[in-house]
Ligand binder design. Structure first.
Ligand SMILES: *Cc1c(COP(=O)(O)O)cnc(C)c1O
Length: 372
């Protein structure tokens, strides 16, 4: 029994990210296509992904927090020529930092509107902000009552430069869900009462609801990174992420022996087990225990036993013996195993698979931005 030391490989295809951007931008035209790069570009590396998107023509980016805005500027090297919105808002105490970063706060309640208006008056010039209207998701943004109040008394708005008015769809991946139309109608109604500003409603799936959902700017995230924005229909996006799990050991297990923690798999025949250097600490879902699978040189190999912190075991009995050796790789994500399928098998969604990708992979960035 030999052992191969070394890491599993996570490949991020930046050419595919750029192609996905072009695909979405073409669909959205004449609306502008921005990009959501929060959570480190859904786990893929915001700096390098943002540079690839900028090269593809993207000029408007969204992160969730001021910390992410700071990392975005530092890691991407992109200056204020790229607009950067901070979706969760920015504390007033960070107004100076935000100005230095060229980070635009998204205002989600009336206190934020009042507070930023005061900052603007003190500074003697209007400050650029975005307004987030909650049109039915009931999660974040000005409630309908807040929006009505703001329209009734727009004094504070006069101190601000409204660069964008946005709202977010709750069910955009469900084409026929009536809440889409309801949210759109409410959005249009509130826009009429507010000062003239650019408007944005659609996330990835929202883009596919049609042009009446595009307004001036669309905000895709997950589709850029290869997740299917159209559940139950063929994926129009190109695959971005692949993981190759390195086989660190191969062993033969007698019939009746068990494999892994909890002895959760019992060999019902003489079984060859390949142990792979991927575990839940790498974001590989423990829920795949005894139900996932991988591919070893195109042969489907069942995941047997529990996914543990650093290791996962596969039954490679039926794979070619020449392939099932330490140092070879089992494809555990991508290719024959699309991210949406893996997520479904784990009882989750592609978003969660991406954002949990661990730090221990050897990361390989393919495409133009090789200097990552
Ligand atoms: C995360 C987010 C998006 C991107 O959503 P996807 O479904 O990943 O395209 C767009 N808008 C807002 C407000 C978000 O929070």
């Amino acid at each position: 029994m030999t052992t191969a030391i070394g890491g599993s490989i996570l490949t991020v295809d930046l050419t595919a990210v750029a192609a996905n951007f072009h695909e979405l931008a073409n669909r959205a035209r004449p609306a502008e296509c921005g990009a959501v790069v929060k959570a480190d570009a859904y786990g893929l590396g915001a700096g390098v992904v943002a540079r690839a998107l900028f090269s593809a023509g993207c000029r408007t980016f969204f992160v969730a927090t001021i910390e992410e805005a700071s990392a975005f500027r530092k890691d991407s090297g992109l200056d204020a020529a790229s607009r950067l919105f901070v979706l969760n808002g920015i504390d007033l105490g960070d107004a100076g930092a935000a100005a230095n970063l060229g980070a635009i706060p998204v205002l989600n309640d009336l206190d934020a509107v009042k507070g930023w208006a005061a900052v603007a008056r003190r500074s003697g010039h209007r400050i650029g902000v975005a307004l987030h209207l909650d049109t039915g998701m009931n999660r974040l943004g000005l409630s309908q009552g807040d929006t009505a109040a703001l329209i009734a008394d727009p004094t504070d708005l006069a101190a601000l430069e409204i660069e964008l008015v946005l709202s977010h769809l709750a069910c955009s991946e469900e084409n026929a869900n009536p809440l889409n139309r309801t949210q759109r109608e409410r959005f249009v109604m509130w826009l009429r009462g507010l000062p003239q500003a650019r408007a944005s409603l659609a996330n990835s799936s929202g883009i596919f609801l049609g042009p009446e959902y595009h307004f001036d700017l669309v905000r895709p995230g997950v589709a850029l990174y290869g997740v299917n924005p159209l559940p139950d229909r063929p994926n129009p996006m190109r695959e971005v992420v692949q993981i190759k799990g390195k086989i660190v050991q191969v062993r033969d297990v007698d019939r009746g022996e068990t494999v892994g923690y909890g002895a959760a798999h019992i060999a019902t025949r003489p079984t060859r087990i390949a142990t792979v250097a991927v575990g839940y600490a790498d974001g590989f879902p423990r829920a795949l225990s005894n139900r996932g699978y991988g591919y070893l040189a195109k042969a489907r190999v069942p995941l047997v036993g529990r996914v543990s912190m650093d290791l996962t075991t596969f039954d490679v009995t039926d794979a070619a013996p020449v392939d099932a050796i330490p140092g070879n790789y089992i494809d555990v994500l991508g290719g024959l195993l699309p991210i949406d399928e893996l997520a479904h098998a784990a009882g989750t969604i592609g978003y969660e698979i991406l954002t949990r990708l661990g730090r221990r992979y050897r990361r390989v960035y393919r495409g133009t931005e090789r200097d990552a």
